[in-house]
Write a protein that binds this ligand. Structure first.
Ligand SMILES: [Zn+2]
Length: 373
């Protein structure tokens, strides 16, 4: 071997030492993945996004608040921009080096990968120098969905002008048909907030979805207007910003509290929930809720040929407490004699269920891909 060769070899070895990237092997996989390291201010870092991809961690960045949320094996880590501290299961931990923002990217100190992960996850993570073996990351696909047939029991919801059809009955019938489709064709775990004619408070509906750790929440309603010619479909997701039209529908659906849950005293418990709006756990789902609403609305309109009144935002109590993508569908105007007849018709209910199903299916396909990559 001549001198040039030896020097080249030395250079390669040296470079290898300087850029000793992590090699992460997922148990069950045949090929390890490389996680590159970068030196920032003489400290080793990994780019948070790349790390998230390897661990199939859902990461959410809240740039305004300087917070980063990372979900690994269904556990949540919260990091703060420029801080060495992070929170895990309500405890605070010190990495000794801060999270760093550089050129629009977030960097996590390598020490988190090499030292901290195994402390939190035990046998799931095995570290040997730069080689790390990890348990298969959690599958984040949508599995559990809560369907919420609006109203029920003493609360009939809106009542038809022509045949006195009760909204609560239409909502329940479509929910049951939709449940069957989601179970049969997508193998989903489908839960109903009520499976018979009973009263359930708005708060209990979302509480149920949260407790069951549902991935999606879909509330089914029929619309009502003093103008009997009003007709068509609307799909809502949560917001405080709204137009007067949306405000009118919001007033009707939220009116359940005044009418059937004990009036203004009961109303205060929903106003106490206002903080939820500022909570990131809720706002982080708005984009997904919008996407689900759009997919459902498009399929509903195409499949029923009922007028498209659009995807809208309103501050529905029933969506406020939900910690998952959530929508509320107004499947037609029960106050319109023509639509009342359709809504009460079993075959039309089948079509509503089928088209909502197609919308959820399309959304699930995209959402699963986003969450698993
Ligand atoms: Zn309703």
């Amino acid at each position: 071997m001549n001198r040039t060769w030896i020097l080249t070899l030395l250079a390669i070895l040296l470079a290898g030492c300087l850029h000793a990237d992590f090699s992460i092997m997922v148990r069950g996989d045949t090929k390890a993945q490389t996680l590159s390291e970068t030196s920032i201010n003489n400290v080793r870092y990994v780019d948070l996004e790349s790390f998230g991809k390897v661990m199939k961690a859902i990461n959410k960045l809240d740039w305004n608040e300087g917070r980063v949320f990372l979900h690994i094996y269904d556990e949540q880590f919260i990091f703060l921009d420029a801080s060495p501290y992070y929170s895990f299961k309500n405890e605070s931990y010190n990495m000794h080096y801060p999270l760093v923002k550089k050129a629009g990217k977030m960097y996590l100190p390598s020490v988190f990968v090499s030292e901290r992960l195994k402390v939190h996850f035990g046998k799931k993570i095995e570290v040997k120098g730069k080689s790390i073996t990890v348990d298969k990351p959690t599958d984040h696909s949508v599995i559990t969905i809560v369907l919420d047939p609006g109203h029920g029991g003493k609360d009939p919801g809106a009542v038809g002008r022509k045949n006195k059809t009760n909204e609560k009955d239409v909502n329940l019938a479509v929910a049951k048909k939709l449940k069957a489709l989601l179970e049969r064709e997508l193998g989903m775990n489908v839960l109903l907030t009520r499976s018979d004619d009973r009263f359930v408070s708005l708060q209990d509906r979302t509480k149920y979805a949260n407790e069951r750790k549902a991935d999606l929440f879909v509330s089914l309603h029929t619309n009502s207007s003093t103008a009997s010619q009003s007709k068509g479909l609307e799909t809502y997701y949560l917001s405080t910003a709204k137009n007067s039209d949306a405000r009118a529908v919001e007033a009707i659906e939220n009116g359940v509290v005044e009418l059937y849950e004990g009036g203004s005293a009961a109303k205060s418990k929903y106003d106490d929930l206002a903080f939820i709006l500022s909570d990131l756990s809720q706002t982080e789902h708005l984009e997904s809720s919008n996407l689900m609403a759009t997919n459902v609305q498009q399929n509903l309109v195409a499949g029923t040929r009922s007028p498209d009144r659009g995807v809208k935002q309103a501050n529905f109590y029933v969506l406020r407490g939900a910690f998952m993508p959530s929508i509320l569908i107004e499947m037609g105007f029960i106050s319109n004699p023509e639509e009342e007849q359709l809504l009460a018709n079993g075959e039309y209910q089948d079509r509503l269920a089928r088209t909502i199903f197609e919308g959820i299916k399309r959304f699930k396909f995209r959402y699963d891909r986003i969450r698993n990559t």
